[in-house]
Write a protein of this length. Structure first.
Length: 162
């Protein structure tokens, strides 16, 4: 592992982040390893969020890791970035996760749906200002189990021979 190239960090602006990431893809960074976010509001940092893209240059012939780079894009409290799923299709899922957990919006994804939380969930739970004791709407039938469906809330013993 020690012979792998060390990744470097680069900061880019939100206004040209898609162009910057496109250039990196042209340079051979052909794998989007991760897309995540950090909320710095507890440290009172401005801008509040860092959207982080972790890219890898993967040799298509023998699968060697030829280098990595970590791209940070600082965005404010009402973030809007452009989607990078045209560059890396896996970004579809990763952008949904960032929106779901942090509320970072992507300008060309108006129909984005929750990935980890259920649709009725209110808010974005990894934001530092999310109230930890907040009650969420309950989902499912209000009066218990649906007729004919097993309950996952109560263990029911199975009796052999019945």
């Amino acid at each position: 592992m020690s012979d792998l190239p060390r990744g470097e960090r680069r900061d880019i602006s939100p206004s040209d982040h898609l162009e910057s990431l496109s250039r990196l893809k042209d340079e051979g960074f052909n794998v989007l390893v991760d897309l995540t976010c950090v909320d710095y509001s507890a440290q009172k940092k401005s801008p509040r969020f860092d959207v982080i893209y972790r890219l890898m240059k993967l040799d298509p012939v023998d699968g060697r890791d030829l280098g990595r780079v970590e791209i940070h894009c600082a965005v404010d409290d009402a973030p809007i970035l452009r989607s990078v799923r045209s560059l890396w299709p896996v970004a579809d899922w990763l952008e949904r996760e960032v929106w779901d957990m942090f509320g970072v919006r992507f300008a060309d994804r108006p129909d984005i749906k929750r990935l980890l939380m259920y649709e009725e969930f209110v808010g974005h739970p990894l934001r530092k200002d999310y109230p930890i004791a907040k009650r969420q709407p309950l989902i499912g039938p209000q009066d218990g189990d649906l007729p004919g469906s097993p309950s996952f809330n109560i263990l029911k013993p199975t009796i052999v021979g019945e």
